[in-house]
Design a protein around this ligand. Sequence first.
Ligand SMILES: [Zn+2]
Length: 401
Amino acid sequence: MQSDAEKSGVNAPAAMAGRGGLGKNPTRSRDHNRRIVLDLLRQTSPLGRKALAEATQLSGPAVANILDDLLREGLILDMGRRKAEGEKQGRGQPPLHFALNPRGAHTLGFEISVRGVVSVMLDLVGTQISQQVLAPSGLGLHEGLAVIRQEITRAAALNAGPLMGVGIVHPGGLAIEGQETADPTTLGDWDNVSRDALAQLLGAPVWLENDANAAALSEALFGMAAHLNDVAVLYFGEGLGLGALQAGRLMRGARGHAGEIGHIVVVPDGKACSCGQRGCLERYVSRHALSEALGIPLGRGTVTSLWQDQDPRLMGWIAAAGGHLGQVVSMVENLLDPESIILSGQLPAPVLQALIAATPLRPSVAAHSARLLPRLQPGHAGIFTAALGAAALPFYDAMSP
Ligand SMILES: [Zn+2]
């Protein structure tokens, strides 16, 4: 899909546009410092002013100003005086400590796909307050916005602070010119609406992202990739996408299309694909491919019940898909050198585990004895995975330096 920046014609938020290099502009650096403080409190709470000043390398008064602002906005709580960790009680009073206020704000994440509309609501510390199936099948723009509005109203009544923002993810069309066949894994009219237009229609700040990038952010904020800076997430939506963080930043490409790994050819002269090629990975390793292999549409619970029966068609698909995935895992490792690759998405957790077990790990730069993490590991699973990532988008923007 198009990047936010491309659609809105304005600079994307720092989080999406790439970080660093903020220069000496005082407004920008104050904003940057505020993100650092929020991010530290997200990772470790409570913290005292001195610990925050040391970790941020900011002056005491600069940290105090930021904390005053955050307290006034209700985003953090004064947790009282307590001894700093590992510190002996010195003379005088122990320092004031601060923590994120769970009820300081909430975010809503929506996934729009051919399977329907689902939502996740998070509080400011990332705890899930609710998850909802809002529509059982794919909705066009007009109907989709109506259910999103209803959910915003419902969430506002839950006393979880102001709405920090709405994240929306959808698979996004491949922007390949001359593509003739409609891609069965994407929804047309959501591709052509800008972030600004959505924000106006919904009356709230909006973040737009493709599902694989959102999945990578949710793993980085709340999942297997917490504390990892270089990580790749292979994400099962209807198709297969790649979201990657490099040095803590989302890899987006020049026009936001980086990570279209589903359209890498793994079988020369293989099955025809909507992108115009033959033998694309997505034709073998995706929910769409699984549905094709089974000869039935995948409703909610279909794969779970097939797994419970150890259905031979499902088991056969897992074995074959693992073989193709092995090719791509070593390719991603050689290209991106991630600390780990996470397999996540809209398949039941035991199926993702079985797929990992069926994936042969080939020689690559990742095959070395000093590794601390598995080369391939499972992440978030199930139908709310992308919506969780969507709900993480406003956080990522507010909290990531
Ligand atoms: Zn393709």
